[in-house]
Structure formats: C-alpha cells, structure tokens
Design a protein around this ligand. Structure first.
Ligand code: PMV
Length: 357
C-alpha cells in the first residue's frame, strides 16, 4: 500500500446505562439488551499515529496516557488487537502510537474503558478508510449509508474492546442488544434509540459523585463471568428484556415517576447480582448507601424527580431533568458532596456522541 504513515484523532464520550448489561456470551455478545444515555463532558481523546513497518509478524504499538508511557495498558490493547485483527487486516503491517487523555481525573473511579475503546475503534476505522480509500464500505452499501456503516463498524469493534463501549459513539440514547421494540437493534453493535423521545428527557443531567476512587475489588470481566451458573441469571435476563420494552414507552411518554422506578431498580438489581453470585462481592461503599438514602428523603420532601443509578463501582450517578438543575445542584453541594472523596463530583449531561478532531 502506498500510505506509509499518518495520524487520526477522535474524541469519544462515556455513557451511563439505564437498563444494565451484566452477563455475556462468547465474543462479547450480551445476555440481555441494554440502553444508555451518552454523556457529554466525560470524554477520552485519542490520537492514533501509524507508520508502516518492514515485517508483519506481530503487533507493534506504544500507549501514552497524558504524555506518559503506560506499559500497564498494553495487555488490554493486545487482547483487543487480537480480537479485531480479522476485521482490520492491516494491524500487523503498521507500528501504532496511541496517545490518549481523559477529561475526567485519572483513577477517579470513572471507567475510561467505554470512552477509551470507542475512541480507539474510531481511530482504527479512520486508518482503514485511509488505507483502502474508502472501499472498506462494501459496494452493496449505498453512498448515503456510508456514515452509518463507518459508525456501525466502529461500534462493532469497540464492543470487542469493552462491551459497553459500543454504546458511546452516538447519542443521545443508544441501545445495544437485539430487542423487538428497537428496529435495527443488534447484539453486535449499538444503535441510536429510534423513537421520538419526550421533551422531559431533553438535556437530562447527570452529576457523578466520586465516592471511591480506589481500584475495583472485582473487574467487570470477572463480574460478567459470574453470571454463568448464577442462580438468578435467567430471570434477570428476562427482566432486562422486559425493562427495555417498558423504558421505551417511558422515554416516549415522559413519565418521570416510572423512569425513576425503573432506573433505580436496574441499578440495585445490578448490585444484587454481584451480592448473590458465587463468589459474592460488594462494590458499593457505606457512602453510596448514605447518598441513596439522602436522595430518597429529598425526593419525598420536595417532590423532585431526581434519581440515582450505579455503574459497577461505588460512585453514584445522580440523574435529574434540566428544569431542576439549580435546586438539585444546590442539594448535591450542600448535602451529598460530604460523602464524596475530597468532595469531588462532576456535572455532566446527555451528549451526542463521538467526533473527529
Ligand atoms: O463494558 P464492561 O464489560 O466494562 O461492562 C460494564 C457493565 C456496566 O457498566 C455495569 C453496565 C452497563 O451496561 O454499562
């Protein structure tokens, strides 16, 4: 190939699931469909530089986080390259320099795998497009579908890096996993929520409370695997399926009370699966529960529509409609910040996906 070297930069956001993905089959196929809000401020920016090398024997790459070489990231990326090589046959022909940075503090307990893997997948798609002059798009695909094809394949690749990463490319709501309510949905990549969303969810707010910045005691890979042979797994997968159907109606109708009930139940169910697996584990911290109780009291006292959700960790995502931003932020600053490490929290809101820089 004529192209000797080049570089591409993409910025990709994190996302927060409303119906959770927990449990997977071979090849990063989810056991149940999930849906997430794409975030706006929590992002990873990655520059991928590539230069042709003499041999094609092995992968060759260096990774930098905020300008510093990160040997510890290499094995995760090696695994990712091994999984995607069959879809990106040029991988062994080039040396890659991966330079990445996050907008959120490093080791904040905010997972960078979704934003990081989606940014890297998009950079790789740009390389493929450059190398093939765009012929990466099968001839059968119409020109007008080219952009969809690019994003879908990037999402497909991101999934192979980290499952939830396939939901980070677009916004404002993305579904991953085949489901009857979502036309075009697939286990292989994320798709934009195809229905008209009620205005109550426009610019929905998410303040992330940094409760614990420590390393997770159990990785999500191990957690997913513990769903194999889990006594409640099959019921949980059925429930997620049903919840996706329910939330589809909620997002269309704007029923915020129903939204709160579904989203909080999903978060607690995710953690209940961890507590009832064998071996069992707990990722919440005492302050996680303090915050949940404070949110419940505040809601009971004020009639606010604020609610919480959780990732696979101790941090709390506080979700609220835009028209409550002022009051909920005051509540967070006066009543919840004390339960965060160094009083740290990040105001974020629903966003619209990745962009090339
Ligand atoms: O993408 P993974 O393998 O790190 O799994 C993350 C799963 C949850 O964040 C707990 C839920 C979700 O759907 O994002």
């Amino acid at each position: 190939n004529a192209i000797e070297k080049g570089a591409f930069t993409w910025s990709s956001p994190s996302n927060i699931a409303l119906v959770k993905y927990w449990g997977k089959k071979k090849n990063q196929i989810p056991e149940n469909p999930s849906i997430s809000f794409t975030l706006n401020n929590c992002k990873t920016t990655t520059t991928l530089s590539f230069s042709k090398k003499a041999d094609k024997d092995a992968f060759s790459f260096d990774v930098y986080l905020d300008g510093e070489k990160k040997e510890s990231f290499k094995s995760k990326i090696e695994t990712f390259f091994n999984r995607v090589e069959v879809y990106l046959p040029f991988l062994k022909a080039y040396h890659f320099k991966i330079e990445t940075s996050n907008t959120f503090p490093h080791s904040s307990g905010i997972a960078s795998s979704a934003s990081g893997m989606s940014a890297l997948a998009l950079c790789l798609m740009s390389v493929e497009e450059a190398l093939t002059g765009g012929s990466v798009i099968p001839r059968a695909v119409e020109e007008s579908q080219a952009e969809t094809y690019f994003i879908q394949k990037a999402s497909f690749l991101a999934r192979l890096g980290s499952g939830s990463a396939c939901r980070s490319l677009e916004g404002d709501l993305v579904v991953w996993g085949q489901h009857e309510s979502i036309e075009g949905s697939s286990d292989l990549f994320g798709v934009k929520f195809p229905h008209q969303v009620h205005k109550a969810f426009k610019n929905y707010q998410d303040t992330i409370l940094l409760v614990d910045k420590g390393e997770k005691v159990v990785s999500s890979t191990v957690g997913h695997n513990l769903m194999h042979g889990h006594p409640f797994a099959q019921e949980r997968f059925k429930q997620a399926d049903k919840n996706l159907k329910t939330i589809t109606e909620i997002l269309k109708s704007g029923d915020l009370d129903a939204f709160i009930a579904l989203v909080e139940s999903e978060a607690l169910t995710l953690h209940a699966m961890m507590m009832t697996s064998m071996p069992y584990f707990i990722l919440m911290k005492p302050n996680t529960l303090e915050i949940i109780n404070k949110i419940w009291s505040f809601r009971a006292e004020t009639g606010s529509k604020v609610c919480f959700t959780l990732d696979a960790g101790a941090n709390v995502h506080v979700l609220y409609p835009q028209n409550e931003a002022e009051t909920v932020r005051t509540f967070i600053e006066t009543e919840l910040a004390d339960y965060c490490q160094n009083r740290q929290f990040i105001h974020d809101a629903v966003g619209f996906g990745a962009c090339q820089l």
